[in-house]
Each structure stands twice: as C-alpha cells, then as structure tokens.
Write a protein that binds this ligand. Structure first.
Ligand code: MD3
Ligand code: FE
Length: 211
C-alpha cells in the first residue's frame, strides 16, 4: 500500500507555474538511486569543475556534462563545447536519463547535452536565461536529485515579479513553449533534506537539444 504523501507517477504534470510544467515525484527512490549511479559514471569520465564567471570568480555550482556537447565557461565566455576543459570527449547520456526525456518532453529530437549541476551547501545559481541553444522550440527538461532546491521563476525580461517553488528529489520540470526563455535561478538548497546523496548536496540534470 502507498504511504501518506507518496505520489503516483502518472503521465501528466502535477503543477504548472508560468508555463513551466512540474512533474512532482516522477522518479521513485529506486529510479533516483539508479540515476545517481549513472551520474557517478559520467563524473568518473568527465570530472566536475567550477566554471569561471565573466567576472573572474568561479561559480558556486560545480558542473560537468554528458552527450555530444557540454557546457563550458572560461575568460572568453560561456559556450557549448564538444570537449571537457581537459580536452576529452564527453561520455554518452545514459539510457535511464534519456528515458525521462522520452516520457515528458513531447519532442521528436534527442537531447544533445545532459548538463550536470552539483550544489554543495550554500551553492546557488543566479537568475539567467538559457539561450545558447539553436532551437528555442525545443524544451529543456530538468531532473532534481538530493536536497531540496528553491527554484525561482521570473519573466521573459530581467526583473519583475517572481514565483518560487521547492524542487524535491525525483521532481522533473519541463520548460517548453512560452516558458522556454523565462529568467530562472536557484536561490538556495535545504541542506540535509534528502538522504539520497552520500555527503549530501543537490544534483540537477538539464537535458537540452543544442543544434
Ligand atoms: C526555465 N539549472 O542549468 S533547472 C541551468 O536547478 C539551470 O540547476 C537550475 O537553470 C538547476 O541552466 C534550474 C530548471 C530550469 C532549467 C532550464 C530552464 C528551468 C528553466 C530553461 C528555461 C526556463
Ligand atoms: Fe538555466
């Protein structure tokens, strides 16, 4: 029998916020654990690094990627690259992660980048747009794992009123249609809120079509 508070994994979002679709509890604990194992193999092949901001200060979030393209940043700016900063190709996107895209994206394309963001205690991500991809008609799909993260969603231009929700381990978010270019960020994480990751922290995966 299901316990109180446990969610069924149905085939539609449980919440819509400014056109962003949230599938709360889409991944159960065993599915989350399996994905964490695949992330371990990504990180073994492509170690986490702290991208430099244009101001010369490293981001508080550590990153790596899987897929044909990964997201890198240095003094010349942010971009997608076919190579990790150390010069090697990125590992393939694991099938368990591609399956999530297949279930929620409603896209005919296959993601070309799985960006892995790792938030240790006190890491955050400032408000930004994701606009380095060629096709804004393609959605971005996000998977939250580990500690809760306070996700803030704004508008198509910087500033204005915002709304926030806590993303929990196993939640999947789809940014498509009009929501694709909204400003968004992570204000903070709730340290110790999840037992999924040894040593704590939060992982967010974003699946993207790049070309
Ligand atoms: C809304 N990551 O990697 S995921 C990012 O939790 C990023 O690590 C955050 O923003 C994180 O770029 C938020 C949710 C998300 C991702 C992409 C979006 C929301 C989005 C693209 C367009 C609109
Ligand atoms: Fe983003």
């Amino acid at each position: 029998m299901r316990k109180n508070g446990e969610q069924m994994n149905n085939s539609r979002p449980t919440l819509a916020l400014r056109g962003v679709q949230v599938w709360q509890g889409l991944l159960d604990r065993p599915a989350q654990e399996a994905i964490v194992q695949s992330i371990r193999s990504i990180v073994a092949a492509a170690p986490l690094f702290s991208p430099m901001t244009p101001y010369g200060k490293p981001m508080s979030v550590q990153m790596t990627s899987a897929g044909r393209f990964g997201w890198v940043s240095d003094r010349t700016g942010y971009r997608y690259s076919e190579a990790h900063p150390r010069g090697t190709a990125w590992p393939a996107i694991p099938a368990s992660i591609l399956d999530i895209w297949g279930k929620v994206s409603e896209s005919d394309r296959v993601p070309e980048c799985c960006l892995v963001n790792f938030y240790r205690e006190s890491a955050k991500m400032g408000m930004h747009q994701d606009r380095d991809e060629a096709e804004f008609g393609e959605p971005v799909v996000s998977v939250s794992l580990g500690d809760d993260g306070l996700f803030r969603i704004g508008n198509l231009t910087r500033g204005g009123k915002t709304e926030s929700i806590w993303l929990k381990s196993g939640d999947v978010v789809v940014m498509g249609g009009d929501a694709r270019l909204v400003y968004h960020g992570i204000d903070k994480t709730r340290s110790g809120s999840s037992s999924l990751l040894n040593g704590g922290g939060r992982i967010n995966l974003t699946l993207r079509v790049v070309t």
